[in-house]
Design a protein around this ligand. Structure first.
Ligand SMILES: [Zn+2]
Ligand SMILES: [Zn+2]
Length: 244
């Protein structure tokens, strides 16, 4: 059921003040966040293993190259991803999006907080959080924008303003089954920037739930850079390990 933004925020604030259960193993935790063991098992996918692309966080191939950045040079500076889109983190994403459990936004966004505190230290000057807007169809079906829920939680936790300066120009079909080429074509000119956006000299953190090929992030990074952003960084819960 769709809840208003105000009601979701209020409910989220109440839930963060009472004990809950770890969404993966159901042990009792403060505010229903992930327990330490589940945090580690989810985030190990990103923090351990082979070298990653410095720009988009994809695992480098055996030649030390990034398949996505080779195909489409990144306009953004870096990506912070909490985990690879694989088990067990993928279960949380499915519960959050398909299960329409918007209260999971806090537990999931919390995985990004330490990484973003480190990133903030490297970026002198003003930073702004900008969620990627959802399609009208997805909003109707889900009742909320996952990227918006994550961005609002991060805004509260990190004391960084959040602004919905992006909009979608037109609706397209779901990206889930689109191939790489099709995806790039779909996102071209899909997003626009509101005229009220004041981004000059600011570091922009573009928030989304999952980064698959980087095509969406690249498209909006171009707009944000053209509008004077000092730098653009992707902030996502999950990075899809291998793009099709
Ligand atoms: Zn747990
Ligand atoms: Zn890359």
């Amino acid at each position: 059921m769709a809840h208003s933004l105000r009601w979701r925020d209020l409910r989220q604030q109440i839930m963060l003040r009472i004990p809950g259960n770890c969404p993966l193993c159901l042990t009792r935790t403060a505010a229903g966040l992930l327990c330490n063991g589940c945090c580690q098992s989810v985030c190990d996918s990103m923090l351990l293993g082979r070298a990653r692309c410095a720009a988009c966080a994809l695992l480098l191939n055996s030649q030390g190259k990034c398949a996505d950045c080779l195909y489409n040079a990144p306009v953004f500076q870096s990506v912070v991803a909490a985990f690879d889109y694989q088990f067990p983190g993928s279960v949380l994403i499915l519960q959050f999006k398909q299960g329409k459990r918007y209260l999971l936004a806090a537990a999931l966004a919390e995985l990004l907080v330490p990484r973003l505190q480190d990133l903030k230290l490297t970026l002198p000057g003003a930073t702004i959080l900008v969620p990627v807007p959802a399609s009208r169809l997805a909003l109707q079906q889900r009742g909320f924008n996952p990227a918006g829920e994550i961005a609002r939680h991060l805004s509260r936790r990190l004391h960084i303003p959040c602004s919905n300066v992006l909009f979608r120009r037109k609706e397209t079909g779901p990206q889930k089954w689109a191939g790489r080429q099709q995806r790039y074509q779909q996102v071209r000119r899909l997003y626009g920037l509101k005229q009220s956006a004041a981004l000059s000299g600011k570091h922009v953190w573009v928030v989304d739930d999952v980064l698959t090929t980087g095509s969406t992030l690249n498209a909006v990074s171009y707009l944000l850079t053209q509008a004077g952003a000092a730098s653009v960084h992707g902030v996502v819960l999950a990075r899809t390990p291998l793009s099709s």
